[in-house]
Design a protein around this ligand. Structure first.
Ligand code: ATP
Length: 237
């Protein structure tokens, strides 16, 4: 059984059907990418999984449990954590306070401290900036805080929405490396990316979305060499 199973999911914004019946699965231990152009429905898919946006029909089953209608709070408690597009660090709060917000469902203070130390290992820069207002960090640093914050809820499944967006090349490389390290340490990852080449390179499997539908799926390596993907998303490279 897959860790996450999405079956014939449909999601609408008023009259606009953003997701027109998609099915996909994520197995434990995998990095799975969703690639596709702007407006394809990738963010909507993640927001529906995390309980922020309600589904119109279809089902989302996580670890054998139907979470299609579950609240965002209970979904976090079940082990799914999302890093939203645009990062959204909490302004007017220090980096440390931001990290603690990620742990709001937890009461185990000792383990929490250990997890914060682990976050510093992935993102050493965070430790130097703990008492700084998170909003004053650079884009790349804010991305790291947002990812560290998501890790503080000890997710089994991490949902990442465009983690490389707007980042300098050096930061992009670093973020992809860290995603791989987080995955190797046992966290399953569902990743949305415009940066298709890098996403496919680190992904076990991937799905291509076009206007609310999944049009292609395969291993990361298969899609990297697919003519269709190369033409549409890799600039014919
Ligand atoms: P992007 O990379 O640009 O975020 P995406 O693949 O993540 O694209 P979505 O953001 O999921 O796409 O959008 C899917 C469709 O739903 C688009 O047609 C978009 O205009 C529409 N949409 C998204 N959010 C809303 C909203 N709050 N109200 C109305 N329509 C929306």
């Amino acid at each position: 059984m897959a860790m996450l199973e999405i079956n014939d999911l449909k999601v609408s914004y008023g009259m606009i059907e953003a997701i027109k019946g998609i099915s996909l699965e994520v197995n434990q231990g995998e990095i799975v990418s969703l690639i596709g152009s702007n407006g394809a429905g990738k963010s909507t898919t993640l927001r529906t999984i995390s309980g922020i946006k309600p589904a119109k029909s279809g089902s989302i089953v996580y670890e054998g449990k139907d979470i299609t209608k579950a609240s965002a709070m209970s979904i976090v408690k079940d082990g799914i954590s999302q890093v939203p597009e645009g990062r959204h660090v909490f302004k007017g709060m220090t980096v440390k306070e931001n990290l603690m917000m990620g742990a709001f469902t937890r009461k185990d203070r000792d383990a929490l401290k250990a997890d914060m130390e682990k976050a510093f290992e992935y993102f050493p820069i965070i430790k130097e900036r703990l008492n700084q207002d998170a909003a004053t960090l650079s884009g790349g640093e804010q991305q790291m805080v947002a990812m560290a914050r998501a890790l503080m809820s000890q997710p089994k499944l991490l949902l990442l929405d465009e983690p490389s967006m707007g980042l300098a090349p050096l930061f992009i490389k670093q973020i992809f490396n860290i995603i791989q390290e987080i995955n190797e340490a046992g966290t399953t990852v569902l990743l949305i990316e415009q940066n298709a080449k890098q996403a496919l390179t680190i992904s076990h499997r991937a799905y291509v979305m076009e206007t609310g539908r999944i049009t292609l799926t395969g291993t990361g390596a298969e899609l990297l060499t697919s003519e269709k993907v190369q033409e549409a998303y890799l600039g014919g490279a």
